[in-house]
Design a protein around this ligand. Structure first.
Ligand SMILES: *Cc1c(COP(=O)(O)O)cnc(C)c1O
Length: 485
């Protein structure tokens, strides 16, 4: 039973619950959040979302407002990504859904084209190992086989020829990123696209993180979007560098048939005729309205300004990183995402372990993202890294961030990396996550590809299990970094 409470006490409780989160504003969290640093935009997004709270996005013929907003967002996104009038698409709930739908469209078209061919086998997806896990998830959900093409461990770059060699008769879709998330480096889109077009194999460009950044990034000269013939679909997230609140992304297709293959429609039940463009049925229009409002308020020049600010901050951080010995940036990041590894040209006594760096920088009030080492199909290993996603507000805290990176690196330089600890999984289940994450990450890194997902699922499921009191000791209230909440 739940006793009814006054609105004031409900809101009070929510405020207290929220206070345990790390700060979503102010540039202290260098992943997950994309802060434009303009409070009036947050206010606008909140008002737009409130206006659309009662609307059901399930049926844009009933709620015509939903169709207007979606059509206009698609048109704006298409213009930014150099799509002509043959490019159409949908607004989705996020990058994962955009990627999933692009795979679904390609799979259904491949299956239709191979109908009645007993030799056809299963549809096949080709992607670099740096591609977002949303595509592995899509292959898993939708029944495609996969080839993960290894990238160069020192640069994070995938070779165009290696991608093309993995393409075969049953390839339903090839995926490349602009840029990839782990290292922020670009894939060879302009090199791969023409050869795929010749073979009539579709190419999806995952610009979930880059789509609202690269068009204005200073010095960005690579062509990667619909300007490249052979690019057949693109995903780009409004809730990242589009600065919309979470729950908004766009997937675009060259050709209306590709877009239509994304839909699911049926009349095989006694209820209303069903037509779902995306995964959900009833869906909120709040994120759509908020995203529409933010893009209108910023306009093209607003995005250009925010990108300038982000690029300014990125240049400062990269310059500082190049002066910190024992660390090195992986490859050539194209924009505001980058990863630092232990400098392979230094002796261990002078190296900075990225996991130790993440903990040391966290104690100084900034949250970097630890990325475990990864063994590729060809036996090569991508290094463990600390990932930074820089945003416009980074520009306000560059000095503090650089100081934290320098001091953090100085503190841990030469320390030997923490070893994996087989007892840790049990301890985390009982006590919650410790403040020091390096041993946890080292343990996860050492697990095989069956044990690691099991441990992760166990952890995440127990976090929300009503019958498990998770993490009563360890990381608790007030353990997060200081700053604006
Ligand atoms: C964020 C991201 C995704 C997935 O997006 P979600 O919005 O987190 O579902 C896909 N690809 C890349 C490159 C991304 O950065």
């Amino acid at each position: 039973m739940i006793e009814p409470q006054s609105s004031a006490s409900v809101l009070d409780a929510l405020t207290q619950i929220r206070a345990t989160d790390p700060p979503t504003h102010g540039g202290r969290v260098l992943s997950y959040v994309y802060d434009h640093g303009r409070p009036e935009l947050d206010e606008l997004a909140a008002r737009a979302a409130t206006m659309f709270l009662p609307v059901n996005g399930l049926d844009p013929t009933t709620f015509a407002s939903v169709a207007v907003l979606e059509r206009e967002l698609v048109a704006f996104t298409r213009a930014v990504l150099h799509g002509d009038e043959t490019v159409v698409g949908s607004v989705t709930s996020g990058g994962t859904e955009s990627c999933l739908l692009a795979v679904k469209s390609a799979r259904d078209r491949w299956v239709a084209a191979h109908q009645g061919d007993p030799e056809a086998g299963m549809p096949h997806l080709v992607l670099p190992s740096t591609a977002h896990p949303a595509f592995r998830k899509a292959a898993h959900y939708l029944g495609l086989t996969r080839t993960d093409v290894p990238v160069d461990p020192s640069t994070g770059a995938v070779d165009a020829q290696a991608m093309l060699s993995a393409v075969g008769e049953s390839t339903a879709l090839v995926v490349l990123s602009a840029p990839n998330y782990p290292f922020g480096t670009m894939d060879p889109i302009a090199e791969v696209a023409p050869a795929l077009a010749e073979r009539d194999v579709p190419l999806h460009v995952d610009a979930c993180v880059g789509g609202w950044l690269l068009p204005w990034w200073p010095g960005q000269e690579q062509v990667w979007d619909f300007a490249v013939p052979g690019v057949t679909s693109i995903s780009t997230d409004l809730h990242k560098y589009g600065y919309a609140p979470k729950g908004a992304s766009v997937v675009l297709y060259r050709g209306r048939d590709r877009h239509r293959a994304q839909y699911y429609a049926t009349t095989e039940w006694p209820g209303y005729p069903v037509v779902n463009p995306t995964v959900l049925g009833s869906r909120s229009a709040t994120s759509l309205a908020a995203a529409w409002a933010v893009t209108r308020a910023l306009g093209t020049s607003g995005y250009a300004e925010l990108v300038q600010q982000t690029a300014h901050a990125t240049a400062a951080v990269r310059k500082a990183l190049s002066g910190i010995s024992g660390l090195s940036v992986v490859g050539r990041p194209a924009a505001a995402l980058l990863a630092v590894a232990a400098d392979p040209d230094r002796a261990p006594a002078h190296q900075v372990d990225p996991f130790a760096l993440v903990d040391a920088v966290r104690r100084r009030g900034f949250l970097l993202q630890a990325q475990p080492a990864f063994r590729q199909e060809d036996g090569t290993t991508l290094p463990r890294t600390a990932h930074l996603t820089l945003t416009p507000v980074t520009d306000h805290v560059t000095r503090d961030l650089v100081a934290a990176l320098r001091a953090g690196a100085d503190e841990v330089r030469g320390l030997s990396p923490r070893p994996p600890d087989p007892d840790l999984v049990g301890r985390v289940a009982a006590d919650g996550l410790p403040d020091e994450m390096a041993p946890v990450l080292a343990t996860l890194e050492a697990m095989d590809s069956t044990a690691a997902p099991e441990a992760l699922v166990g952890l995440l499921a127990s976090v929300i299990d009503p019958d498990v009191v998770f993490g009563t000791s360890g990381r608790g209230e007030g353990a997060g970094p200081p700053g604006d909440r």
